[in-house]
Each structure stands twice: as C-alpha cells, then as structure tokens.
Design a protein around this ligand. Structure first.
Ligand code: 13P
Ligand code: SF4
Length: 317
C-alpha cells in the first residue's frame, strides 16, 4: 500500500469535508482506514438514525447501495454520495421486486416486513422495514395473531420465528458472505481456543447459529464484547467489525470465522470492500456518484422505513 498517498487522501478528505459541510457515515464492514476517517461508524439501524438527524449538507456513505438509499430516503433534502455504485448486496439482489410481489400475492392477508437489505422497489412493497438490530422488536410490536410475510433473508427469518414463535412465511434469500461461514472452521477454532466465545450475526445458517454463545446485529456483537468478561471471541460476521472490536477492547483477541472454501477469502463482503479511501476522496471532490431517487418511489419507500424508526425509537432499542 502507498502510505504517502493514503495520508494525502486522508488530509484532503478532512479538508473537503469541512469546506463542503459533509459527513462520512461508515458501516462496520468497511476497512479500518475508512472507519477511522468516518464521522460516524455504526450498524444499519444506527446509520439510518444518523442519516435522519445531522446538520450536514452532504452525506458520503461508506457502505453499500441499499444503505445509501436509506440515508437518501430519510434525508431527501441532502446530497447523498456513494463512492462506488457497484457496491450492491447479494442478499438484496436475491429478491427482485417482480418475484417478491408474486410471493406477496401467493400469501395474501399477511403484513409484509422486510429487512433493510433490499432494493428500493422491494421497500415500496413493504409495510414495515426492520434491521438486524430491531427485527425481533418490530415483529413483537405487531398483534400476536398477525400473519406476517418476511424477506429477503431466510436465516434472519428463521431466527425471528424461533425467537418469537410468530406465524411468518419467509422468502428464500440469503447473504453469500454469512452463508459461507464454516461450522467445521468454528469447531476447529473452538478446539484450539476452548475459552473463546462464538458470536455470530443472525444472517448465518442454523448450524452456525446453534453453536453460538451469542447472536446479534453487528452493533449488538460489538456491545457484547464490551460487556462480556471473556478474553477471546470467534467472530461469525464480516471481519471488518473486528477493527472496532479491537479498538473498543484493546486487551482482547478476536478470531474471524473462516469461509467453507479456504481458498476464496469470501468471508469478506466484496461489495463493502469496493469502497476505498481513494474513491471517497474523488467522490467528495467531484460530488459523484450521487444517489438519485424518483420522488414517488422515495415517498412510497419512506413510509415503511418511518414506521420502523417510530417503533424502534421506543426505549431499549
Ligand atoms: P447490520 O444490521 O448488523 O448492520 O448488518 C447489515 C448487513 O449487511 C449484514 O450483512
Ligand atoms: Fe449484503 Fe451480505 Fe454484504 Fe451484508 S455482508 S452487505 S448482507 S452481501
């Protein structure tokens, strides 16, 4: 890595940010250097909240497209920039609006709850959005006998069913990163470090969730490592989060769960990793690429997101 250029980009980014009254919001799956220059680092829910309440004129989103779109929906008057428009999400792409609309028709009379990891056209079809931080609370906010349709993540969906016992039909989509975590890899790591706690994201498959000591969103996993008294953790989510875990817990050890295919490096989210310091600099400088959403679509997608924000504004979330 060319350190000299990285340092130049960082000071230039800071200068332009000030000049243009811009903020950088970064997800925990971004590389450490990006997390360190961000004004705010968080999970999907925290980033949505921050996007909805800040005084900047420009939000540069260091994350993936559905997150930047959510920021634009919550702050339509601001310019929202995404340094690489190819930063998609395999989970969002596993659910097209056309197919999801058919799924809703095939399961009539159900309240449609979707995970925020969707393309905007799917949000338009939804009654309420949730994130991995508030999914259980969103479902539990609905009357006990309400029939629910959930998408697009089958693992999060099944996790919610197990936790709440609700009547939920689940769309059969998944994240290519979280389904790649190896159960054998975890068991081997556990043999080598029996004292280490296994902490995983609910997007992981059932066998991986079954061996976990704790399951939660990225923010919840981070919080767990701060409150828990163990010294080491086997981490079953995108390893970008380990940067914050190490920062918050300097004395502790964090071991990433390897992928099933040890040659592929695919326990990293290649979409998240499309964002680089250099692209952030150019994007802030030129103010492109910018998230643009048709007014009608934005208004329709806003309703289920606002419903989520209102429910999750309640104490404890
Ligand atoms: P969080 O809701 O924990 O931020 O997770 C988002 C995500 O994309 C997980 O793969
Ligand atoms: Fe999407 Fe998976 Fe990447 Fe999260 S880790 S942004 S769900 S592809």
């Amino acid at each position: 890595m060319d350190t000299k250029h990285t340092i130049d980009y960082v000071s230039e980014i800071n200068r332009i940010k000030k000049e243009k009254n811009a903020v950088i919001l970064a997800h925990y799956y971004q590389t450490g250097d990006i997390q360190d220059i961000a004004d705010f680092v968080g999970d999907s829910l925290a980033l949505s909240r921050k996007a909805a309440s800040n005084n900047a004129d420009i939000i540069l989103f260091a994350g993936v497209r559905f997150m930047a779109e959510t920021a634009k929906i919550l702050s339509p008057g601001k310019k929202v920039l995404l340094p690489d428009m190819n930063a998609g999400c395999s989970l969002a792409d596993s659910c097209s609006a056309e197919d999801f609309s058919r799924f809703i028709e095939e399961n009539p009379g159900r309240t449609v709850v979707t995970y925020v990891n969707t393309n905007i056209e799917v949000k338009v079809l939804s009654d309420i959005i949730c994130t991995s931080s508030n999914a259980i609370q969103i479902i539990e906010s609905l009357p006990a006998d309400e029939k629910i349709l959930f998408g697009p993540d089958r693992n999060l969906g099944n996790y919610i069913i197990n936790k709440t016992g609700r009547d939920i039909v689940v769309w059969n989509g998944a994240c290519h990163v979280h389904e790649e975590f190896s159960l054998e890899g975890i068991l081997k790591l556990k043999q080598e470090s029996p004292e280490a706690k296994v902490i995983v994201h609910p997007e992981c498959e059932l066998p991986v969730r079954m061996v976990a000591d704790y399951i939660g969103s990225t923010a919840a996993l981070l919080k767990f490592t701060q409150k828990d008294n163990s010294d080491s953790y086997i981490v079953g989510t995108e390893p970008g989060i380990i940067h914050q875990m190490k920062k918050e817990n300097p004395g502790k050890k964090f071991i990433p769960v390897p992928p099933k295919d040890s040659t592929c490096g695919c326990n990293e989210c290649s979409f998240m990793k499309l964002i680089t310091i250099e692209k952030i600099y150019k994007c802030l400088r030129d103010e492109i690429p910018e998230i643009m959403i048709d007014y009608d679509i934005l208004e329709k997608a806003r309703k289920p997101i606002i419903r989520m924000m209102e429910i999750s504004a309640k104490p404890g979330l």
